[in-house]
Every structure is written in C-alpha cells, then in structure tokens.
Design a protein around this ligand. Structure first.
Ligand code: MEV
Length: 416
C-alpha cells in the first residue's frame, strides 16, 4: 500500500475499517490493532501504578488526523480529545496545506531549564556562578550518565537577578528524547549545595521551568488563495489574525484553538499537557499576551502561516511508554525523536488555527459543529443506537439543537 496520509472518505468508514487502514499504514501488530478496537487501552494494574488512589479510568476518544505532509513525509496523527470538530478541522487544514507542499517544520535542540532559587546571595554571585560554571555542569552531568551517553546533558549555566535578595540560577540541560522533568529536577536538587557555596546564599526552590523557551518548535505552510476561497477570504482571515494580534481577549481564544490540536496529540502520546499548556501561554505572554501564530500574504496573494512555541514533549520514559494506547499512538506517528514529535505538533497547531480562522472568517463555526453536536445532544436526551442519528438529523433539519427538542423527537419516534 502507498504510504500516504491522504485517505479520501476516511471519515465515512466504519471504525473497524479505519483501524485496518491505520494498521496497514503504521505496520501495527494484531495485538496493537486489537487494543485500538477494544477501546480498552489501560489495564487496572497499569493505572494503579500510574497515580495514587485509582478507582477507574476516564476514556477519551482517539481519532486520527489525515492529510498531513510535514517536511515531505506523510503522517497519520493520533489525537485524543473530547471536543467535536477538532480532528476534522486539523485534517481539513492539512488537506489545504498539502496543495502547496504541506508543512515545513523544525525544532531547536531540546534544551530545558532547571531553576535554583537563591536567597540572599553575595553581591558578586553572578560572577562567582560564571566562574564556577563548569563545576556545576560536571556535577549535573554526574547525575545522569545515561543522558550524557545519549548525547545530552547539562550545557550551560545562567543567572538572573530577580531582586536585591533573590537570584535565579538556570541550568540548561539537553534532555534528548525525554520530556526532561525528571532529569532536570534531579540535577537542580543535586547542584543546589554547590550553588549555595558559590553564591554565599541559601537555596530554596529547585525545579524545572515550564517556560521552555530554549526548546521551540516552528512550522510554516502556505495556503493557496484559490483553495482558501479567493482573495476576499484571505483578507478576512488576515483581519481575523490582526484581531488576535491587537486584542488579548481574542488572542486567548485564538491560542485556545491552536492548543485544541496540540493538546490532543500531547494527550494521545502520553505527554504532559499541563506542561505544554503552561509553556505555550507563558511564551505567548512574554511581551504582552499575543497569538502563537503569525499570518501574512505572500507576493502571489496566498496565505502564509507560521507557528512557534515551546514544546516540551518526549518519546521515551514516563507515560509515553507505560500507557499501551500512547505506545500505539507513537507507533502510528512513527516519529524518531522528540524534536520530530514537536514538529508534528506545531504543524497540527498551525492546521488547527488555519481551520478555525477560516471557519470564523466565513461561515462561522456552529454550522460545522452542528451534526456531531446534534448527536451529542441526542445522546444526552437518552437516544440509543439508530435513534441517535434519527434524532440528530431531525434537529439539524430544523436548525434547532436543544435537549428539550431532542426529547420531544425521541418521544415521538418511540411512539411510532
Ligand atoms: C473552539 O474550541 C476553538 C475556537 O474558538 C478557536 C478560535 O476561535 O480561533 C474556534
């Protein structure tokens, strides 16, 4: 089978056939396919080892976004999310980007920051830290020989004077394919006594920073004027972008839409979505809260989008390896490094933002939401099996999607 993520009509296939197509694309084993089909990714024993006081598990649907072409490679992208339209919108954005060659993405080295808070440092503490930098790096690296062997490890030490009695010492650590919190926190704790000695102060907090602004991913794509819907739509989308660039109230929602896509991939791959969220919004706020994407018109009149944000995600360690469904999701993605995963996520965020802005600048988003939303409302009203589609269809036809109306339609259906 040709390895393409362009699978027309994928959304119309029964779940079984979708799984078969994804399995063929990603070379899944029979067990992996069965795991997807069973919706039963997490056994009680595994869940009980992951957190405390386990009583169950909450399932979230996992879909696959199609059409993604990133740096010339086709990806099917697992997305775990409870919100209607997110997977469809990402697939749609990717389909339109594909016309002009898809996404070009890159990621910086995976540098995370470990912070040591120092109280009452000597006045020349920053100089003393600079002089003792190599000792701190060596001590940090002594904590994680495996990481160093893999080509990672502490790279640099910086200081930031925050107040007359407070200094922050930053250890910059290349965490390779890990998210990095464990490695960095261990290093920060281990280095704190040496930092105290050098600064003459007292160390307090020793913890990773989620403002991972040394670990950025970037993606760009051009959306052809004609596929977008013509010059007027391009201009309206640019006005939509300007709205976000000028107004934090709009920027928050603009970025929320971006994170709809990114978080879904973060969750599907067992990564820490709170860390990614914290990083994204802190980065967006570095010079006053701003959009995470930038949009412009090319000389030919096409729409060009760029996204840049911190993405502290890993493909080794933690839940990525413990959760069986996350393992399968990573296999479907087929990424070889954490940087490649970040490139995929950035591309999804850009596609998601394009799709949201396109809908908002044209027909609005409620229409697209309607069909699936109607099904959810039908379910809420108590519809089961075939009733769900029939109640939903009737509500869409009437343009009235409300639980009370769903209940009426359902009651009538059951009487006939
Ligand atoms: C809804 O979850 C996301 C949107 O509000 C994003 C946006 O407004 O750009 C549609």
């Amino acid at each position: 089978m040709e390895r393409t993520s362009r699978i027309p009509g994928f959304y119309q296939l029964p779940v079984e056939e979708r799984v078969a197509k994804v399995a063929a694309f990603a070379g899944l084993t029979e067990e992996e396919e069965a795991l997807l089909r069973s919706l039963d990714g997490l056994e009680r024993e595994t869940a009980d080892r992951m957190i405390e006081n386990v009583i169950g598990a909450l399932q979230v649907p996992m879909g696959v976004a199609t059409n993604f072409l990133i740096n010339g490679r086709d990806y099917l992208i697992p997305m775990a999310v409870e919100e209607t339209s997110v997977v469809a919108a990402a697939s749609n954005g990717a389909k339109q980007a594909r016309v002009s060659g898809g996404f070009t993405a890159r990621a910086t080295d995976p540098l995370m920051i470990g912070q040591i808070q120092v109280m009452h440092p000597a006045p020349d503490a920053p100089d003393r830290i600079a002089a003792g930098k190599q000792d701190i790096i060596d001590l940090a690296n002594a904590q994680d020989r495996v990481l160093v062997k893999l080509g990672g490890g502490a790279r640099d030490v910086e200081t930031r004077t925050l107040d007359k009695d407070m200094l922050a010492v930053h250890i910059l650590v290349d965490v390779r394919d890990a998210m990095g919190a464990n490695a960095v926190n261990t290093m920060a704790e281990a280095c704190a006594p040496l930092v105290e000695e050098l600064t003459g102060g007292e160390s307090r907090l020793r913890i990773i920073s989620n403002l991972a602004d040394r670990r950025l991913a970037e993606a760009t794509a051009v959306f052809h004027r004609e596929t977008v819907g013509g010059e007027e739509v391009v201009d309206h989308m640019l006005d939509a972008y300007r709205f976000a660039a000028l107004d934090p109230y709009r920027a928050a929602t603009h970025n929320k839409g971006i994170m709809n896509g990114i978080d879904a991939v973060v969750l599907a791959t067992g990564n820490d979505w709170r860390a990614v969220e914290a990083g994204a919004h802190a980065y967006a706020a570095r010079d006053g809260y701003a959009p995470l994407t930038q949009w412009e018109k090319t000389p030919e009149g096409h729409l060009k989008g760029t996204i840049r944000l911190p993405l502290a995600v890993g493909i080794v360690g933690g839940t990525t390896k413990v959760h069986p469904a996350a393992r399968v999701a990573l296999k479907i993605l087929g990424v070889q490094s954490a940087g490649e995963l970040a490139e995929v996520m950035a591309s999804v965020g850009l596609a998601q933002n394009f799709a949201a802005m396109h809908a908002l600048a044209t027909k609005g988003i409620q229409k697209g939401h309607m069909r699936l939303h109607a099904k959810n409302i039908a379910l809420t009203a108590g519809a089961v099996g075939e009733e769900i589609d029939r109640v939903a269809e009737q509500m869409v036809k009437e343009n009235t999607i409300r639980v009370d109306r769903a209940e009426e339609i359902l009651a009538k259906l059951r009487r006939t």
